[in-house]
Write a protein of this length. Sequence first.
Length: 238
Amino acid sequence: MNLHLLPTRTGGAAENMATDFLLLQRYPAEAHARFRHYGWHRPAFTFGYSQKIAWVRSQLPPGETFDLCRRPTGGGVVDHREDWTYTLVIPRGHPLEEARATASYRAVHAALVEALIAQGVPAELKKAAEPTDENSPAGPGVCFQRPELYDVVQAITGEKIAGAAQKRNKHGLLMQGSIWRPATGTGVDWERFADDFAARLAAALALAAEPTPWPDFNEDEVSGLTEQYASPEWLEHR
């Protein structure tokens, strides 16, 4: 088993979410882990699978145009307008896929902290959950407003830098992560960071990193799933 490092791509919100799901469900080399960083064609927000659309819409900036899509993973509302987005898939059989969600979350974010520190960012893991706000919604809220256990935070100010959401099924673990770039300062070389993060992820997974061409997915399946993620039925599922 290796860690496949896939080429960077840019897409709309529905396309990005569909692609991430296909990397879990239909990856040809299913025995290997896979990692990708991707961008966004337009300003975008995504939100967790279980969140209620009415509450989500109440949290979005009024009078602005952006893509909105429900993710296949959990978690809260994520603003992608200034983030650095990545996806990691760990297949069945890897020890970290079989571990508790908190263990996989901590391991990936520990690798992320190391890569940020190498860039001079004073980052650390959030070691304790914040007290529950009685006025907050039940379940996940807005991602970068409040750090949770093992999120990545700024060591000096406590500001949240990075969070992630997970989905597990018979194919393995899908982890969708977001780094809020404004919280890291202005000195990050994001190309070097991408290489550092991938190398540290490979070490955390005890796998060899292997640059890999984009998988040959069935185009009809890609377009069909993208349409599903863009549909009102999916968006307003809850």
